[in-house]
Design a protein around this ligand. Structure first.
Ligand code: FAD
Length: 430
């Protein structure tokens, strides 16, 4: 036997799974086909700049992150909890009035948010959730249908809510599960998502460093077989044996190893530009509220709150386009032009530092949301990954936790207490 359990895939799902199993005393061999751990959470260092492959953030209030990640070790950097929205009549700064009350007068003056629309939004976002958690419901419908039902209308819907949600979901069809969209909205309102000082890949690297047995990289699993009792994992160079195996590979690869449906995926592209000047005075995310008039769905000067991403004195701007749009693969010239419109500054001299196209970024969540999918596929083979829960760091880690718990229950091994638990961060921590 090479281990008690083999975990295939060292994304955050596999890494969380391995950690829970190790904590319970299991000998765990984690393997990954890639050259680094982290799967979709990847950062490249280019000429002194740190460029994450996806424009993503780590939300400290997502329960899995809050419970299982030692954020202090990631040296987190946070933007302001506000948004710059480009409107037809100029830029508008918006924020959650509970956390940014000083923005309230200008928000009221903007007439972007009426009391009626706000009430409708509050009713919509509270429906089907208890304490910010999604309720399993057959009544789940599409995002657009659900907003219509609750009469969420006007500028609040078109210029703010939908652009934000479409960017976060990487899905601009409006057909995402409303229950999932509400959960995403609650998550971002509950915390200020931020970035580790050294890039998002610092998260999976931390999780991997906390394992007792190092992850074996560049090991590509080509088949998983039950040998009863036990399993064989065939790799391109070897056969590994264990009592159990957990398949935590990328969604697009899962059906090559297991008889499960390949999930539908949403794609995004991420652009990283070096700008000679800061495009905006405040460290906030920006978007175009005027509808889809350009390819950029969200942008941020990352160095405005995480200067560690670039050499001193330089400005690094990231922008995201959605591949389900006709202009999702727009070239740098078009992306720069749209960024000029969003920020209201010239961008002709912004240099491209990096560009990543990720056709398999996030699993699609259509209604009804089913975030409690089967964990055990055969007697000794289990599955984990964000596609089994929700397309997020939280969803991936919870799926890994669940797979590990199922393995331990089947082996009759008690779970140990978590090694790391953090107090709730106060607003001042962020
Ligand atoms: C552009 C983008 C933006 C995102 N934004 C956010 C965000 O802001 N907030 C958030 O919470 N989440 C975000 N996410 C989602 C989050 O990153 C993912 O949900 C999560 O990282 C998925 O982890 P995973 O372990 O399930 O899968 P993966 O990260 O896909 O890991 C799977 C691993 O399996 C390995 N593998 C595949 N096939 C094999 C094989 N045959 N043998 C061995 N190994 C194999 C791969 O190399 C990979 O390392 C974003 C994702 C993307 C791409």
């Amino acid at each position: 036997m090479d281990a008690d359990v083999i975990v295939i895939g060292a994304g955050v799902a596999g890494l969380r799974c391995a950690r829970v199993l190790e904590d319970a005393g299991m000998d765990v061999l984690t393997v990954d086909a890639g050259q680094t751990v982290g799967g979709r959470i990847r950062s490249s260092r280019i000429d002194g700049f740190t460029c994450d492959w996806g424009l993503m953030t780590l939300n400290p209030q997502m329960p899995a992150v809050h419970r299982w990640v030692d954020l202090d070790l990631l040296d987190m950097r946070y933007p302001q909890a506000a948004l710059l929205v480009r409107r037809t009549d100029g830029p508008q700064l918006l924020g959650d009035p509970r956390r940014a009350p000083r923005l309230l007068p200008s928000m009221v003056r903007s007439r972007m948010i009426s009391a009626t629309d706000l009430t409708a939004l509050a009713r919509w976002s509270a429906s089907g959730l208890v304490g910010g958690r999604v309720l399993d419901s057959d009544d789940d419908t599409t995002l657009e249908a659900s907003l219509d039902e609750y009469r969420v209308r006007g500028a609040l819907r078109e210029e703010l809510l939908l652009p934000v949600l479409y960017a976060l979901l990487a899905d601009s069809s409006g057909t995402t599960s409303a229950a999932y969209a509400k959960w995403v909205l609650h998550s971002i309102l509950a915390g200020t998502p931020g970035l580790p000082a050294n890039g998002m890949q610092a998260l999976p690297e931390l999780l991997a460093a906390q394992l007792r047995r190092p992850v074996r990289l560049e090991v590509h699993a080509s088949a998983v077989l039950e040998t009863g009792p036990g399993v064989e994992v065939r790799t391109w160079s070897d056969t590994l044996r264990a009592r159990k195996a957990v398949v935590a590979v990328s969604p697009e690869a899962v059906n090559q190893l297991l008889p499960v449906r390949r999930p539908r995926m949403q794609g995004v592209a991420t652009w990283w530009f070096r700008a000679p000047e800061a495009p905006f005075a405040l460290p906030v995310f920006a978007l175009d509220g005027r509808g889809p008039i350009g390819p950029v769905w969200t942008a941020v000067e990352v160095t405005s709150f995480a200067p560690t991403y670039a050499p001193p004195g330089t400005h690094l701007v990231a922008a995201k386009t959605l591949l389900d749009r006709f202009d999702g693969r727009a070239d740098a010239r078009v992306v720069r032009r749209h960024l000029a419109a969003i920020y209201g500054v010239p961008t002709d001299d912004w240099e491209v530092v990096a560009h990543f196209e990720l056709p398999n970024a996030l699993p699609t969540h259509r209604p009804p949301l089913s975030d409690r999918q089967q964990v055990r596929i055969w007697d000794d083979v289990y599955v984990a990954g964000d596609h089994r829960k929700t397309g997020s760091i939280h969803g991936a880690m919870v799926s890994g936790q669940r797979a590990a718990e199922a393995v331990l229950a089947d082996l009759g091994v008690p779970r140990s207490q978590p090694r790391h638990r953090r107090a709730v961060p106060s607003r001042h921590d962020r």
